[in-house]
Structure formats: C-alpha cells, structure tokens
Ligand binder design. Sequence first.
Ligand code: C6P
Length: 407
Amino acid sequence: MMDLSRYRKDFPILQQTVKGRPLVYLDNAATAQKPLCVIEAVDQYYREYNSNVHRGLHTLSERATRAYEEAREKVARFIRAPRSEEIIFTRNTTESINLVAYTWARQFLKSGDAILLSEMEHHSNLVPWHLLREERQIELRFIPVTPAGELDLSQLKSLLDGVKLVAVTHMSNVLGTVNPVEMITAEAHAAGAKVLIDGAQAVPHMPVDLQAIDCDFYAFSGHKMCGPTGVGVLWAKSEILREMPPFLGGGEMIHEVFLDRSDYADIPNKFEAGTPNIAQAIGLGAAVDYLSEIGMDNVWRHEQEMAALAIEKLKSIKGLRIFGESAHRGAAISFEIEGVHPHDLATILDEQGIAIRAGHHCAQPLMRKFNVQSTARASFYFYNVPEEIDILVEGLKTAKRMFGYVT
Ligand code: C6P
C-alpha cells in the first residue's frame, strides 16, 4: 500500500483525542481537514496584507490582488483549464451550479427543452433545476442507477434526444462510483447538448483534466480539498462565459455604470460581484500547491487501495451491506448494518473517537432507489492510514454487540 502517512503531521486537528481516543476522521466527503500551510496562508493574509482586491493602488492591495489572482492561476493549472480567466470563484459547488442555472440556463433554455440528470445526484444538482422548472416548462430526465450503483448508460442515446444540458456528478458522494464523464460528454456533444459536471467529490481525490473531459461547465468546492470553507469554483469555457448574463450585480463586475444602465466587465470579474472571499481563495491556492506536491496520482492510488481494503474488511462483518459495487470508485463507502440504525452507529463510533457521517447525504432520491432512509458513510482521504480501517471495523463490531448481535 502506498504510504502517505508522513503527511498526517501537517494536520494539527488530526493530532487530538476525542472522547479519550485518538481522532479517526472518516468524514472527508463532507469536508476535508486543513494542513498547516493553508491555515498559515489565511493567517498571513490577515496579519500582513489584508485589503481589498482590484481596487486600491496601495502596496497591501496590490499584494492581495496578486495573491488572489495567483490562486486563480494555480487552480486553473490544477484542473488543466485552458485559461485562468475561465475560473470563477464562488462560495461552493452549490453556488457554482446555481450560477449556471440562473444565468446560462435561464438565457438559453426555453419551454419544451430537456435537461438530463442522473438518479445519483446530490441535491445541489437537482434543486436548482427544480427551481428552473417552476419558471418554465423544462423536462427533467434521469439516467437510471443500476443495483450495483453505476449509471445505466445503455439508453443514453435515446435519453439525449431533445436535451440541451446534461448535468451529472463526476463521483457519487454516497456510492463512491466514478462516472465515465468523458464518454458522457462526447455523446452529449454529439447530440447537441452542453455538459455540466459536479466535481465536488472528484477534484479533491483524483487528477482532473478538463481538456480531456471537454465538458462545458465544471463545479467544485475548496473545503473538500484541504482549502477553507467559503470558496468554490465554477469553470466554464470562455466563449460560453462571455455569452452568459451576469449572476449577481454590484461592484467589481462592471466596466462602466450609468444611472440607468451598466456595461459589464470581462470574465472572470463579470461573475464575481462584490468583495470576494479573498482569504479563502488564497487559502485554496495554498491547498492546491500542497496537493500538487503530494501528487494527485498518489492521492488517487492511495485512496483506491484504502477503499479496496476497507470494503474487504467491512464485508467480514456479518449483516453489513455496502451500497455501491462499482469497480471504478473512490473512497466514499456507504453501508448499513442490519438491525442498527445508521445514526446509532455514528453515535456509538463517536464515543470511540471515530467520525463518520450518517444520513441521506443530500441524495434522498438515491436513498429511495436503494429503499433506505439513510446510510452510514465512511470516507477516506490521503492522510488516512490502514490502521484506521481496523479501528472502524472494531468500532462497528462493538456497536453490533451493544445491540445484542453476535459479531
Ligand atoms: N457533499 C457530503 O457530505 P457544497 O456543500 O456546495 O460544498 O457541496 C455540495 C455537493 C455537491 N455535489 C456533491 C457530489 C457533493 O458531495 C456535495 C457535498 C457533502 O456528501 C455535504 S452534503
């Protein structure tokens, strides 16, 4: 197994005990922990050069502007975006997808058009389209999910008939499945549809090459990839961004304002109204540097090995069922144990210092598909080590015993 354990020391939060036990943090799909270099980048901005960007002509503002724009360039390189002005800083994945729904979709979709989503989408990639459908007669279609937790793409061609936008997740936050987004994009383009990929669970964990995928929009969050909360990214092809109307209006996003009208700035500023999340974007730049140093190939390999090992060991627990059996998967693993409610599992594990998530994971339609209200989910990152899998398995056995089951 690839050993990345040396990076654990970079994470102050992982050094603590919880309920008297060393913290085992397995809720990385919800949010990842922050290495010292990210905490220090944010700290340094506030201590040394806190000021607004793009406005002041003084030294601090110039330094802040440079750091903020460098962060944009780092993010562009990280995901192989062709141009850094195609990186729009938002608050998170949710805001990025809403931006597309409120601007591009409202400008270019008309009643009768169809949007193709999938049954494994996070609410962030469902509700914005429900809101759009409340305004106009848009048809929403769904790529089905197989019992193994993969997209059933056998009917893709016919599903694409009349579709203007395909919006699917790169990796499921519940099943761990990694979807064939390059193939989906090629098929969608052949049918004349644009493609939006929800990369919230992909960019933190695997090398992402936007030029290879060739989609039109790509959304992700900084906080799941060692960056601060409050900053996310929307990437889109520059020609599409230029023809899209702005999202929010205000300072920063204008070229010239008159009392009765305004001319908009060029991209990316057109989509970044008001004072942006400066410290957070700079922190995200530091996170990107940090992850690049480890190497996303290494991160991905380690997580695949951890997922395989975790699944093998979890399966040794009688009555445990894993949701999602795709061979193409990351390290978010959902499961249930017969007779023990997922919330009870999470609570009992917490007593042992183990953090997992239990609930519907903002994917209620997927829960319905699998006939459950909620699942327990353990999700790993590069700083997790195999010993933590053993601690999780022991914790789950303890939970079973507490409910009177023989393990
Ligand atoms: N999933 C989870 O525990 P935000 O909240 O905007 O940063 O990310 C939303 C989002 C969108 N798509 C996918 C695939 C996601 O996994 C998430 C966030 C977290 O699974 C919080 S619900």
